[in-house]
Ligand binder design. Structure first.
Ligand code: ATP
Ligand code: MG
Length: 391
């Protein structure tokens, strides 16, 4: 009898011809995500993955629950396809389930079987009935409820027999790497890590771009962004982070352009530099954490001004979300606590007192010509720092 993990994947079934490719990428992502857990073995069989040689580090469950493409998973007992072994495994699983239930008067349960090996002597109905009767006979304080049982003992007859009672939700989404690559504009705030996570969940590999304003922003704020990347790698795989020196551009804009346009002009420069870095990285789109109306630079008019700076599409997965909804996700994916560390942000230093909320594109474009844009961008790109974050 061996303890294994049984992993189910969903959406990729729908992908028709691409399916073998998706399965290969997912397999490799699972292997990489579990590398740190010793000698685990990942086996693909009949629309499932099995993880064997689990070891006893409980963090492996968290690691599995973060892999995009997995819809659910179950810790299961893998046993021989003999009634004896299945009975024993069902007893153990019921015992575990009863302990997990805590207080109850009478525990309701049912047995549910699936048989993909048709040479097994009992069909699934018979198997459920026999094992159910066996459990009733051997445990007190339990009764069968086929409609809304507190516990379901699942039995699957495949190459081996698998017996389990827990089905744990996975991260869902699609395997990272099956849907291209994007450059995430990553500030140290709450929103952008969530935006990156959401797009990566759809199978997109990430590279990150951060604008740093040394000495106005400290090394601590850079460390914070590195830490955010590190948290994201648990879901998204390795991330290459580009740290772009942004001080010179901000100072030039500050000295030469109208104060109320500063944020928007900065944003346009960020996008232009992001587009260049994305190009180098083979990323085809940019991602930001913008949400409609959240601040002056995120009104419809402002977003149009930002879009105009680049030809690359900008994905804004948070566009229709409230801050509270975004915070909920940030907490769930564990970026929140790091995001709220109170270090300076490059945009809070040169903030205009009265930023435009209804900017006119022609005026912004005109103001932009007051600085040597191309040169400033070239200089910034030439001085980027590249940090590979493996997790
Ligand atoms: P966040 O919480 O992600 O910082 P925010 O609500 O503070 O977002 P802004 O500061 O207006 O919003 O930034 C909007 C978006 O612009 C961010 O979500 C991010 O994608 C990008 N951005 C802002 N500052 C930086 C930066 N220093 N480096 C990289 N991208 C940035
Ligand atoms: Mg911010």
């Amino acid at each position: 009898m061996e303890k294994v993990l049984l992993l189910r994947y969903g959406e990729i079934h729908l992908k028709g011809l691409n399916r073998p490719y998706f399965e290969r990428v997912l397999l490799s992502n699972i292997e990489k995500a579990l590398e740190a857990y010793g000698d685990v073995k990942v086996i693909k069989a009949q629309g499932r993955y099995y993880i064997e040689n689990l070891g006893d580090d409980p963090r492996i469950y968290d690691a599995v629950s973060r892999i995009f493409g997995i819809i659910s998973f179950s810790p299961a007992l893998k046993v021989e396809k003999s009634m004896d072994a299945i009975r024993k495994a069902a007893e153990l699983q019921l015992k575990e389930a009863m302990e997990a239930q805590g207080d109850f008067n009478e525990l309701t349960f049912k047995v549910e079987s699936r048989r993909s090996d048709k040479s097994f002597p009992l069909n699934s109905m018979e198997l459920s009935r026999v094992i159910g009767a066996h459990l009733l006979k051997n445990f007190s304080g339990i009764k069968v409820d086929v409609h809304q049982p507190m516990v379901t003992i699942n039995i699957e007859i495949r190459e081996w027999a698998y017996v389990y009672h827990r089905i744990i939700s996975g991260a869902g989404g699609m395997p990272v790497g099956t849907n291209g690559k994007a450059a995430l504009m990553l500030s140290g705030g709450i929103d952008s890590p969530v935006a990156g996570w959401m797009i990566s969940k759809r199978g997109v590999k990430l590279t990150a771009v951060h604008f740093h304003s040394f000495p106005y922003t400290s090394d601590r704020s850079k460390e914070k962004v590195i830490e955010l990347c590190r948290i994201l790698t648990r879901y998204c795989g390795p991330i290459r982070l580009y740290v772009v020196p942004f001080t010179r551009i901000q100072q030039e804009l500050y000295q030469k352009c109208p104060d109320n346009m500063l944020t928007l002009l900065m944003r346009r420069f960020m996008m232009k530099i992001g587009e260049i870095i994305a190009g180098k990285e083979g990323a085809s789109v940019l991602i930001t954490g913008e949400s409609l109306g959240q601040v002056a630079s995120q009104t419809l008019e402002s977003l149009i001004v930002t879009d105009d700076a680049v030809s690359m599409p900008i994905l804004r997965p948070l566009i229709g979300m409230d801050k509270i909804e975004i915070i909920d996700i940030a907490k769930e994916i564990d970026t929140y606590e790091t995001s709220i560390l109170p270090y300076e942000d490059c945009c809070t230093i040169f903030v205009p007192k009265h930023p435009l909320t209804k900017p006119r594109l022609d005026r912004i474009r005109e103001a932009e010509t007051l600085v040597e844009g191309e040169e400033l961008i070239k200089e910034a790109v030439a001085n980027v720092e590249v940090i590979d974050i493996k997790g």
